[in-house]
Design a protein around this ligand. Structure first.
Ligand SMILES: [Zn+2]
Ligand SMILES: [Zn+2]
Length: 324
């Protein structure tokens, strides 16, 4: 199955957490958390359209400045989603610089602050010297962004402060069955992208396609489309180890192909983990197992384990692989 998106950690697990998602076949990328992003290529940074920030502790948000500087001359807006205080934090960052020479610059930042039941929207536009404009609010039902073929959901978690966990879901995945294509005498080509697009938006079966100078309806072409479950990736950073949080994370990550989860402390430092509002590696393993995820990637390790860098992953995997 050709994936629709690729995801990877930008840094090593002792550095700032940040996952880069490249949407294949589209010049577009997402970031989950905005720690230090200096390892990303300038070309990759230019493609970032949406950023999902779990909370604004410095290790999750320090990359904002690099992103801002790189995108100042970009026409495509940047959307930043985060907990309720993200709007104030962006405003504070922007107020930290002087913006008298950018009125010709195109960049528009759309910021969305998410609470239990509400999403607040503010805009910061270069043409307006990045002064905050409040643009209203909408009810929040768990869906942060829905844009065919994706849906991004968030769970409101606690980390002493409000913190979000995210999941990126592809509604369904369409593979072209090459054997059927050959059987029908149809060529591969750009028309297939259009064909997939029409299926994704639920186009009518009468929709017509011209292939090799012949007219086909969507209905006639349906046999070449093999529709399967879409990709799912979840991202959970700093979270308190209470059962309510853990339950919400399991629900969010349910059946993910990949879960990125923090494993800041080892179970032997459980007391410290509770005090500092972080998960242990063992808890990350339990979450992944109970959520039935296919692959667990642990990240965000405390520097105290630099001497035993494999220990957090080993502990998480041992718990994850336990069968009840
Ligand atoms: Zn934190
Ligand atoms: Zn952190």
């Amino acid at each position: 199955m050709k994936p629709t998106f690729h995801h990877r950690l930008v840094n090593n697990p002792f550095e700032d957490p940040c996952v880069h998602v490249r949407v294949l076949r589209e010049k577009r990328a997402f970031l989950f958390d905005l720690g230090c992003i200096s390892r990303l290529d300038p070309g990759d940074i230019q493609k970032i359209t949406d950023v999902f920030v779990t909370h604004t502790h410095i290790d999750h948000f320090i990359g904002f400045d690099i992103l801002l500087r790189s995108l100042l001359r970009r026409e495509i807006p940047l959307r930043v989603f985060g907990p309720a205080n993200i709007i104030g934090c962006i405003e504070g960052k922007l107020k930290g610089y002087t913006w008298n020479l950018i009125s010709e610059y195109p960049l528009k930042i759309e910021a969305f602050g998410i609470e239990e039941n509400i999403v607040r929207h503010s805009g910061f536009y270069a043409g307006n010297c990045f002064r905050r404009i409040d643009l209203g609010e909408r009810p929040f039902d768990g869906i942060v962004l829905k844009e065919t073929p994706f849906e991004i959901r968030a769970a409101c978690l606690m980390h002493q402060i409000p913190c979000l966990g995210f999941s990126l879901n592809e509604e369904f995945h369409i593979n072209v069955d090459k054997a059927v294509l050959v059987e029908m005498g149809l060529p591969v080509g750009p028309w297939l992208s259009e064909f997939k697009k029409v299926i994704r938006v639920g186009g009518s079966s009468d929709t017509e396609f011209i292939v090799k100078n012949r007219r086909y309806t969507l209905g006639e072409l349906t046999p070449i489309a093999n529709i399967t479950k879409g990709q799912k990736m979840s991202y959970v950073a700093d979270s308190s180890m209470n059962e309510e949080n853990i339950r919400k994370v399991i629900e969010l990550a349910k059946d993910s192909d990949t879960l990125y989860c923090e494993a800041y402390f080892l179970e032997e430092d459980r007391e410290r983990a509770i005090e500092r509002h972080h998960l242990t590696a063992k808890t990350a393993g339990r979450i992944a197992r109970e959520a039935g995820v296919k692959s667990l990637v642990v990240m965000h390790f405390s520097p105290k384990y630099r001497e035993c860098p494999d220990a957090p992953e080993k502990e998480a995997m041992m718990e994850y692989n336990k069968r009840e």
